[in-house]
Write a protein that binds this ligand. Structure first.
Ligand code: SF4
Ligand code: SF4
Length: 199
């Protein structure tokens, strides 16, 4: 999404660039006045080489979005989304008890191979150990919402024991459950979305 790294945002992790990744141009639902696209569809502006055909005038959503791999130092280096199949993004959580907001992460497993990505268990463990809300997201078919579940409680004990194999076993189980999810079509208010290409 951020095809050019010519102007490096100081809030981004030094040394990490999008390169030819454009996972977010496929995986995200974009509901911007200039572009409406449901998740799972490759944006119609994505070129064959994954660059953006309208980069200079791309929608605001695309200008401001950076994934967790770009933003968060503790997200392990091998987890660049196009190489790992793991897309991490910032995700807010509202407390049911006092309504306060906390910032956490949502970890999307874009492919089955994502479960074997180097650094996945360590990254999940780092987030959970730091007390951040962590959500696992299993994408649905293109154009449908995926399944999302908070996983802190499920992996807390394994993280506490530093048991990487157990963390991965739990993630595999949650992934299998999530794939059975109740996926629903992405619907945009008031207007039809742009035509998109399949991934
Ligand atoms: S998913 Fe992350 S690394 Fe890939 S293009 Fe988007 S912001 Fe860049
Ligand atoms: S307009 Fe499309 S191809 Fe360009 S950055 Fe946004 S999502 Fe990616």
């Amino acid at each position: 999404m951020s095809a050019s790294d010519a102007t490096q945002d100081p809030h981004l992790v030094a040394g990490r660039t999008c390169g030819d990744c454009n996972a977010c141009c496929v995986a995200l639902t974009i509901d911007d006045p200039d572009l409406r696209k449901p998740e799972g569809y490759r944006c119609r502006n994505a070129r064959r080489d994954n660059s953006c055909a309208i980069y200079a005038t791309r929608p605001q959503t695309c200008r401001t979005f950076y994934c967790g791999w770009r933003r968060l130092k503790w997200v392990r280096e091998p987890l660049r989304p196009d190489r790992s199949g793991v897309l991490i993004r910032l995700h807010g959580e509202v407390s049911r008890t006092d309504g306060s907001r906390r910032l956490g992460v949502m970890i999307s497993l874009l492919t089955r191979a994502a479960l074997k990505a180097e650094g996945l268990a360590e990254t999940v463990a780092a987030a959970v150990a730091a007390g951040a809300p962590v959500y696992l997201h299993i994408p649905g078919p293109p154009g449908y919402t995926g399944g999302t579940a908070r996983i802190n409680e499920a992996v807390a004990e394994a993280v506490g024991r530093r048991d990487k194999a157990a963390v991965l076993r739990i993630l595999r189980g949650l992934h299998a459950e999530g794939r059975k999810g109740d996926f629903r079509p992405v619907v945009f208010e008031g207007t039809e979305h742009d035509k998109c290409r399949s991934p």
